[in-house]
Design a protein around this ligand. Structure first.
Ligand code: HEM
Length: 123
């Protein structure tokens, strides 16, 4: 069976997605302060790995802990909501079909607890 990763166009689509997504995020005053001290090059690499794993693509040998990466940053539900809105917007903009975009969105939303620190399970 085709994975969601393959269905939306694999690595090429994920790369496009990550670049376009952070253009939205870094243009949003609500988001900017969170990323002031972040190496975007590293973050894009980590996000590429994460999306690949989350959508059923190849699993790069990179340790990712969503809980560790986000804890203590003061991320609230409203930030998470905006973040995922930008994700949806970007998916549609780069040409992912709406039905698939919703599936990606839902898949990513299952990691919300780790980002908000409501779970101590490593991601
Ligand atoms: C479900 C939603 C989210 C997912 C799936 C996600 C995913 C990730 C991933 C995979 C990383 C890299 C982790 C690592 O380096 O080990 C990361 C880092 C980061 N995330 Fe998120 N994230 C989400 C929501 C958010 C939100 C809402 C914010 C703030 C508004 C945020 C801010 C950051 C920052 C600042 C870093 C970089 C940390 C550093 O500098 O090392 N994330 N995120």
């Amino acid at each position: 069976m085709q994975t969601l990763y393959e269905k939306i166009g694999g690595e090429e689509t994920i790369e496009k997605l990550i670049v376009a997504f952070y253009q939205y995020v870094l243009a949003d005053p609500l988001m900017i302060p969170f990323f002031e001290n972040t190496s975007m090059e590293k973050l894009r690499k980590m996000q590429k790995a994460f999306f690949s794993i989350a959508l059923g693509g190849p699993e790069p040998d990179i340790p990712i802990s969503l809980y560790e990466a986000h804890r203590g940053r003061g991320i609230e539900v409203r930030h998470l909501t905006r973040f995922t809105e930008h994700l949806m917007e970007t998916l549609l903009e780069i040409g992912v079909e709406e039905e698939d975009a919703k599936k990606v969105y839902e898949r990513i939303a299952t990691f919300s607890n780790e980002v908000l620190g409501e779970s101590s399970v490593d991601g």
